[in-house]
Design a protein around this ligand. Structure first.
Ligand SMILES: Cc1cc2nc3c(=O)[nH]c(=O)nc-3n(C[C@H](O)[C@H](O)[C@H](O)COP(=O)(O)OP(=O)(O)OC[C@H]3O[C@@H](n4cnc5c(N)ncnc54)[C@H](O)[C@@H]3O)c2cc1C
Length: 431
């Protein structure tokens, strides 16, 4: 064929691609990781938390050596009205399950580990198309050259043009995608620890429901880093169009919320970024393999939107695709049948089972966004406003007024509908 031939080519040095790369390099296979960014992580953004599992399986030394920002010991759920909020806080000092990282540092560290183990890494290289011969993927074309491999792993992220080229993915539908926007705001370490009530290593993840999204399908988030706070939101693309809103308008409003503004006060904006989130989940998952090719991570729509999880699915899918590639190389069989083992293995994981559990959750919330994401957040806030008030009006009268107002706004029919949808969500998840 040509001298430009290797065992496996991986397109994309995000979490999925590098997970595949390091697994192959560890097994002594010849692997090339191709990345369009000037360095791994340059093009990537997320909230973001990475999870102990399966990170530890891939990088056993990560806890001591990797650029981790903070250990997420506090999880907060903030339910916002326009000017008030109700926050549920969970603190766990006894175990470590997730960590905040900055992708520009984390992805770079991971790819360096793969290179140490023997992977060949080519940044600043855009893959324009796949080379397909007799229906089988045999290589990649960049602007300058053609490279060949027995197997190509597509880890090129949410808008995988390459998976589309070979018909494994269709064009993106707005309803199946959200846009995430994020600002990183610099603050002194001690200020972050004081404002978020954290120990020197501890971190806080905050999920935000309600204002300023006000019934638009979307959630806000805040993550504490060592010397900065990441604040952002993810909103469904269809909804933005429908409401003629831009994500940065919403983000500005989020930052001005009276419960959030003091947390980031006097901070300096370091970075603004935006990225697609494949929201389709289980129902939009494409076939993950073909002759000579496997699709991993966001390219395969492998995201759990209810929990904002993607990196763990990306790592697991990358690792399983690589393990399948190792078996395929040992047997010299790169057929679709052989590579289908990867999808089979992925379907046995807890991550896939979680995707299945939540398969209708996003749709149910989306179809009931006004009530779930605005009416009830408002009412929860109104309830606590009333409950904490001490005035001339007796409490019994306040409660009666609250219930009357509640029923007037959402009438009995609406409340029954909400109860049914909530039960569908609840029992759907338990099924
Ligand atoms: C706002 C937001 C918040 C999130 N928060 C979290 C969170 O807190 N926790 C979590 O687990 N997940 C989170 N996610 C999801 C998570 O970021 C993704 O699921 C994960 O990054 C997917 O990894 P990946 O390797 O598949 O794709 P990516 O990380 O997107 O990597 C794809 C790589 O491919 C490269 N590439 C693309 N096309 C080409 C090409 N043609 N040639 C060469 N290179 C190419 C890109 O430059 C990139 O480096 C969040 C996502 C968003 C948008």
């Amino acid at each position: 064929m040509t001298t430009n031939k290797t065992d496996v080519i991986i397109v994309g040095a995000g979490v999925a691609g590098v997970a595949a790369g390091i697994t192959l390099a560890r097994a002594g296979k010849k692997v090339v990781i191709v990345e369009r960014g000037s360095y791994a992580g340059a093009k990537n953004m997320f909230g973001g938390a990475i999870y102990d599992y399966p990170t530890r399986d891939l990088y056993p030394e990560f806890r001591e050596q990797a650029p981790i920002e903070r250990v997420n010991k506090t999880h907060k759920y903030m339910i916002n009205d326009d000017n008030t909020s109700v926050t549920l806080s969970f603190n766990n000092e006894k175990s470590e399950t997730s960590y905040t990282v900055i992708r520009a540092k984390w992805d770079k560290w991971c790819v360096e580990r793969a290179v140490e183990l023997g992977a060949y890494y080519s940044p600043m290289t855009v893959v324009r198309e796949l080379i397909v011969k007799d229906g089988k993927v045999v290589g990649i074309k960049t602007d300058e050259e053609e490279f060949y491999a027995d197997i190509v792993i597509l880890a090129d992220g949410a808008n995988s043009l390459l998976a589309k080229q070979i018909g494994l993915r269709k064009n993106l539908k707005d309803c199946e995608n959200a846009i995430g926007v994020k600002e990183v705001i610099s603050l002194p370490k001690e200020v972050i620890e004081e404002r978020f009530n954290l120990s020197p290593e501890g971190g806080c993840v905050t999920e935000i429901i309600g204002a300023p999204m006000k019934g638009i399908t979307g959630l806000g988030f805040m993550y504490t880093n060592k010397n900065s706070v990441s604040i952002g939101l993810g909103v469904n693309l269809d909804e933005l169009k429908k409401h003629k809103l831009t994500p940065n308008e919403l983000l500005n409003k989020l930052k001005e919320h009276p419960s959030i503004a003091p947390l980031i006060k006097d901070g300096e904006l370091l970075e603004y970024s935006a990225h697609l989130i494949p929201e389709g989940g289980f129902n939009a998952m494409p076939k993950l393999y073909g002759d000579g090719v496997m699709v991993v991570g966001d390219a395969g729509m492998l995201v759990n939107n209810v929990h904002w999880e993607g990196t763990n699915l990306a790592m697991m899918s990358g690792m399983l695709a690589a393990q399948t590639a190792i078996e395929a190389l040992n047997k010299n069989d790169f057929s679709s049948k052989m590579l289908s083992l990867y999808e089979k293995k992925f379907k046995e994981t807890s991550f896939y089972k979680d995707m299945r559990t939540y398969k209708d959750a996003v749709k149910i919330v989306h179809n009931n966004a006004y009530s779930f994401l605005w009416f009830y957040p408002q009412k929860i806030n109104e309830f606590f406003e009333m409950f904490t008030e001490s005035g001339y009006v007796p409490r019994r009268s306040l409660y009666k007024r609250f219930i009357k107002n509640f029923i007037k706004k959402r009438n009995i029919k609406g409340l029954i509908k909400d109860a049914i949808n909530f039960a569908r969500l609840f029992f759907g998840v338990l099924k």
